[in-house]
Design a protein around this ligand. Structure first.
Ligand SMILES: C[S@@+](CC[C@H](N)C(=O)[O-])C[C@H]1O[C@@H](n2cnc3c(N)ncnc32)[C@H](O)[C@@H]1O
Length: 206
């Protein structure tokens, strides 16, 4: 659905948007409030972009692997890691639309604003289940179901997610203890369509 380079052009200025920075901080807070994080945990951030969310969670976790399929995003992330001399965050090229999945090795997977770009939601949830150890947690932050105004008419991805529907897909993938909170509220555009976009955090356990 998303081409390999769709986000490359946005990478260099991604962190200049205070809303994206605030969104990552709010999602990180919601994750910390809903998952017992420890510095022993090995985590994967899927669709990491420039790593805003992982930077927020870094003090509370052990090793973090950051996967994305945009070379531009990964380059911007690497620059930040080099500048801050961070040793426990490891960027990798990863495309769950195409690539073989790594074996079960993560205690925690988190992903923000990426699921709506992935065609096959059921498959990616199954992949994430397979990549988690047991016990393990998956945290998904994304748009609640919206009218298409968030991206506009040319977008072919998901128009957010209905919480009940996504919960059902997570259970089908094998997850349990499904819990939703509202992590953030975004405003975008001036109408005539929807301009307020709540962002949920779904936490599920393996
Ligand atoms: C809307 S951005 C969110 C970035 C970051 N999570 C944040 O909240 O700032 C979506 C990210 O998902 C990545 N992405 C989209 N499709 C992907 C795929 N199939 N595999 C891996 N990453 C993907 C994009 O390159 C982009 O960095």
């Amino acid at each position: 659905m998303t081409t390999d380079n769709a986000f490359d052009a946005k990478a260099k200025t991604w962190d200049n948007d205070p809303v994206k920075v605030a969104r990552a901080a709010a999602v990180a807070k919601a994750i910390r409030e809903n998952v017992p994080l420890t510095t022993q945990m090995s985590a994967l951030e899927f669709g990491c972009g420039t790593g805003l969310l992982s930077f927020e969670l870094k003090p509370y976790l052990g090793r973090i692997t950051l996967g994305d399929n945009s070379p531009g995003m990964l380059a911007a992330l690497q620059e930040k890691l080099d500048a801050a001399k961070i040793a426990n965050m490891h960027p990798v090229m990863m495309d769950l639309d195409k690539d073989a999945i790594p074996p079960a090795s993560f205690d925690l997977i988190f992903t923000a604003m990426t699921l709506h770009h992935i065609d096959d939601t059921e498959k990616v949830l199954r992949d994430m289940y397979a990549m988690l150890t047991q016990p393990g947690y998956l945290c998904v932050a994304d748009l609640d179901a919206e009218d298409g105004s968030f991206h506009g008419p040319d977008f072919s991805g998901h128009k957010g997610f209905d919480r009940e529907d996504l919960a059902g897909k997570a259970r089908q993938a094998g997850f349990h203890r499904v819990h939703f909170t509202t992590a953030f509220h975004m405003s975008k555009g001036t109408g005539p369509g929807q301009t307020a976009f709540p962002i949920f955090l779904m936490v599920v356990a393996k």
